[in-house]
Design a protein around this ligand. Sequence first.
Ligand code: E4P
Length: 215
Amino acid sequence: MKFFLDTANMDEIKRIHKLGLVDGITTNPSIIAKEGRDFEEVVKEICALVDGPVSAEVIGLETEEMLKEARDIATWAPNIVVKIPMTEAGLEAVHVLSQEGIQTNVTLIFSAAQGLMAAKAGATYISPFVGRIDDTGTQGLTLIEELRTILDQYQFNTEIITASVRNLTHLQGAAKAGADIATIPGSLFPNLWSHPLTDIGIQKFLDDWEKANAK
Ligand code: E4P
């Protein structure tokens, strides 16, 4: 399973990248706005550091606007993936971009039907939002299971990025369901690699060692 980092914060990216856990990066307009930096500048900096797909999202809502932005964004670096919202106009843009060899990530997927439409239009990646589905009172992870079954059944090459990951259960569930990728906020990583029993275990080893070696 690949891990993408769901951030545009360079300190977070550098910290996790050092551990060999970063296969790519996803951003969205909210994530970019949080950094208070120029969109193009920050995306180019990320692309130079991370040797993997880096998603940068268009703002336009009409197909022609999306295509104009996407073609420009795609020139920023060879590892750019253009993020397109899951709308009719977005599907048309994805279809055209796929024929031009520009990689796309269709975002804001909340149903299996939307995922299937995006894959059929030619999306390189689809991003189902598990956390935001949980917020509505239903199980977001069910969508990952459904999409895995559907994409395999019809042999689509489109990869599933489990997005809106908020906790350990989301990551473990996505891995179990066979998602190709999980995109994870930097702040969540420490919760994934740590466990209170690990800390207690380390302390006990150290205490026992100290007692045994006490003069
Ligand atoms: C990533 O591609 C998504 O934009 C992101 O995971 C959304 O996460 P959120 O629902 O926590 O904002």
